[in-house]
Design a protein around this ligand. Structure first.
Ligand code: PLP
Length: 423
């Protein structure tokens, strides 16, 4: 993307016009949450001012309009991630989506769902495999499933340069493996994982795959059918959409068999005082009133990204990522986490500044108008693997420009001197 187009894109994001204590804002925390283009803000507002009504209920015009907008957004999101419309279940965020799968397994293991749910039953003798680079959202639910069922948790370790170490893939993922849950892209290291290889191994042993697509969905072209995963999760707020909305993708026949977690209204066919029959997916997972305005906003976000083109987005962010990576590497006393080959990562760069705590780094950057993330980024095991408790992360999006990178690098190059941490 040439600078002129980036300037045009930036014009779509009103928040980027803000200044921070007199400095230009360099927003480099899109990995935590992305800023929103005007079309998303407008879509939510238009829905609330013109079409707000309960969906899938009522025969009045507003209810029909609201239902159409709700389902059109589902279709748009499904197209965007390479799925069929009925394979997209609305959730609050990726965390909820991942929990929904893990709790579905737990419910099946407790006997719910009958024979249809048999393939989700796990117990002693089964293994659940994750990786050492997971966000806690794709680790803790599997730990909990193991604790509930007696299944064992295993994990794929990391190499020193921030890739998955697949040397022992064949022994870690074996005939006992029921689930292989892994992230597409690490939220800390930016590493893009080899989905093909992991899915191929899972298929060989009959394990189901769960992909955390939180850090890929807004940054890389995503085709879940082509990736051949069984389940996937992502969050709207990281994809230029609103907070409070995310999605679970699942192969239709699996979703139709997975026991639901939240039960109640809007997810049933018949209810008697003794028992209940559930709707097929996706409705069987959408109990209760849904965040319709946010869903409409997410629909607008994916249409916006589609219009720009995800190949263009990926190219732009690869260029930003390369500039961030090479710039950070040149600063003395700063250690980059993750692969040094820019083609193996997205535009996210985390690093450790020798002699300065990440929170101090973050505050100093903030004083220069740079918004970056500090802490463990919900990935404590990953940080422990690299001998640190926290890092600083600069993460990009479609609106990140050269001025953001330069402002950040200029500020970062002053950090150690400011804190008296000379080599
Ligand atoms: N997975 C990854 C890789 C993430 O980066 C995040 C958020 O940072 C999550 C899961 C959880 O997303 P949310 O908090 O929106 O549920």
């Amino acid at each position: 993307m040439d600078p002129l187009e980036t300037a045009r894109v930036r014009g779509d994001f009103p928040l980027l016009e803000r200044t921070m204590g007199g400095s230009r804002l360099a927003y480099l925390d899109s990995g935590a949450t992305a800023q929103k283009p005007t079309c998303v803000i407008d879509a939510e507002q238009d829905f609330l001012t013109r079409s707000n009504a309960a969906v899938h209920r009522g025969a009045h015009t507003l209810a029909v309009e609201a239902t159409e907008a709700f389902e059109a957004a589902r279709a748009a999101v499904a197209r965007f991630v390479g799925a069929d419309t009925e394979e997209v279940v609305w959730t609050k965020n990726a965390t909820e989506a991942l929990n929904l799968v893990a709790y579905g397994f737990a419910n099946a293991s407790a006997g719910l769902g009958g024979d249809e749910a048999a393939r989700f039953r796990v117990g002693p003798g089964d293994t659940l495999v994750v990786t050492e680079m997971e966000h806690h959202a794709n680790l803790v639910p599997w730990q909990q499933l193991a604790a509930r069922t007696g299944a064992r948790l295993r994990w794929l370790p990391l190499t020193d340069d921030g890739r998955l170490d697949l040397t022992d893939l064949e022994t870690i993922v074996d005939d006992s493996t029921a689930v292989l849950a892994f992230t597409h892209v690490s939220n800390v290291l930016g590493t893009i994982n080899e989905v093909d290889r992991l899915v191929a191994r899972a298929r060989e042993v009959g394990a189901l795959t769960v992909l955390d697509a939180c850090q890929s969905a807004a940054h890389l072209p995503l085709d879940l059918h082509a990736l051949d995963v069984d389940f996937a999760a992502f969050s709207g707020h990281k994809m230029l959409g609103p907070t409070g909305i995310g999605a679970l993708y699942g192969r239709k026949h699996l979703l139709d068999a997975l026991p639901p977690v939240l039960t109640g209204g809007s997810m049933i066919t018949t209810v008697t005082m003794e028992e209940t029959r559930f709707l097929p997916a996706p409705q069987r997972f959408e109990a209760g009133t849904q965040p319709v305005a946010q869903i409409v906003g997410l629909g607008a976000a994916v249409e916006y990204l589609t219009e720009i083109g995800m190949d263009t987005v990926a190219m732009h962010e690869a260029a930003v990522g390369e500039a961030l990576l090479s710039g950070v590497r040149e600063i003395p006393g700063v250690r980059v986490l993750g692969p040094l080959d820019p083609t193996r990562r997205i535009g996210t760069v985390s690093f450790d500044v020798e002699g300065v705590h990440a929170h101090d780094v973050g505050q100093f950057l903030d004083s220069r108008g740079v918004a970056a993330r500090v802490g463990h980024h919900c990935a404590q095991p990953l940080h422990r693997r690299y001998g640190i408790t926290a890092s600083t992360r600069a993460s990009s999006a479609i609106y990140t420009d050269t001025a953001d990178v330069e402002q950040f690098l200029a500020a970062l190059s002053e950090v150690r001197a400011f804190f008296g941490a000379h080599a």
